[in-house]
Ligand binder design. Structure first.
Ligand SMILES: C[S@@+](CC[C@H](N)C(=O)[O-])C[C@H]1O[C@@H](n2cnc3c(N)ncnc32)[C@H](O)[C@@H]1O
Length: 264
């Protein structure tokens, strides 16, 4: 019981810290190292084996207050990760870059993203939620030569992202756009789609993409269930007339897992 109370106290503490740091973002790198260490710490917390048991106990309580706390943590941590990408972009553009553990974790994950449906130089890749530091487009374009389009809803993320791509992705076929999948011609011809884990409405967009895409498209949905749902939007049932899950890439040591979908 004590362990459970401590676990809940940790959750409340994280929630307050995320609020404080997100609220103080002023488009400079003030508080950058505090936020980086908080996110690194939180990444360890949600991949820690011993916290899994506490999570299971907590779920059994079925409390609406708790559900609200979990939903808030998901949204706040997503916002803080987006801000951390801004910090990383600003530092790179100012000529000063380091690699926080969170980024190492994500970058090693990208290699395995499409399981048996590998990206080639002929592929056309769409990323929903490209962020201010578009690591996924850069790595994919660099390693495979594929054409990559990243979408984001945040003006600042698009602007910083374009500057980062200009600096790191010279000659690579990468475009970042603030638009919706239905307004992008590229959507019709994409071969691979990746959803960032922290895009809240990713399953609604997946549903919508069914009619907008070709027969052979493969979708990598990043998600986090159970304990990892404190840091990711979880997986959901899909319309089985539209999509079927063809592979699940579970990564116990990583912040998110990946479900691959093809058309049913
Ligand atoms: C921080 S980044 C990428 C984080 C991490 N690599 C991941 O997999 O979640 C997530 C980005 O998604 C963007 N985003 C959130 N909802 C979105 C949506 N509906 N469409 C496009 N971008 C979205 C945010 O603005 C943010 O820049």
């Amino acid at each position: 019981m004590n362990a459970l109370i401590t676990f809940q106290e940790y959750l409340c503490e994280y929630s307050e810290k995320f609020d404080g740091l997100a609220g103080s973002y002023d488009h400079t790198i003030n508080n950058c190292s505090e936020l980086e260490s908080l996110i690194d710490d939180y990444s360890k917390f949600i991949t820690n084996e011993t916290n899994k048991e506490a999570w299971k106990q907590l779920e059994l309580q079925e409390s609406s207050d708790l559900n609200q706390l979990v939903m808030n943590l998901r949204r706040k941590s997503a916002l803080c990760v987006a801000i951390m990408e801004k910090f990383r972009a600003i530092k790179l553009l100012d000529g000063n870059i380091e690699k926080a553990d969170y980024f190492k974790n994500i970058e090693s994950c990208i290699e395995k993203e499409f399981g048996s449906f590998q990206i080639t130089s002929e592929s056309k890749v769409l990323l929903v939620g490209s962020g201010s530091f578009p690591m996924t487009p850069l790595l994919i374009a660099k390693r495979t030569g594929a054409e990559v389009v990243g979408l984001d809803i945040d003006d600042e993320a698009i602007q910083l992202g374009r500057n980062v791509v200009e600096k790191l992705g010279n000659g690579l076929n990468i475009r970042l756009e603030k638009t919706l999948v239905e307004n992008l011609d590229f959507t019709r011809n994409v071969t691979h789609i990746i959803f960032s884990s922290t895009v809240e409405n990713k399953y609604d967009i997946l549903d919508q993409l069914h009619i907008l895409t070709n027969e052979n498209v493969v979708v990598a949905m990043r998600y986090g269930n159970e304990l990892k749902s404190l840091f990711n939007f979880p997986s959901k049932e899909v319309d089985r007339q539209k999509w079927k899950m063809v592979e699940e890439i579970l990564r116990p040591d990583h912040v998110f897992d990946i479900a691959l979908y093809k058309k049913a």
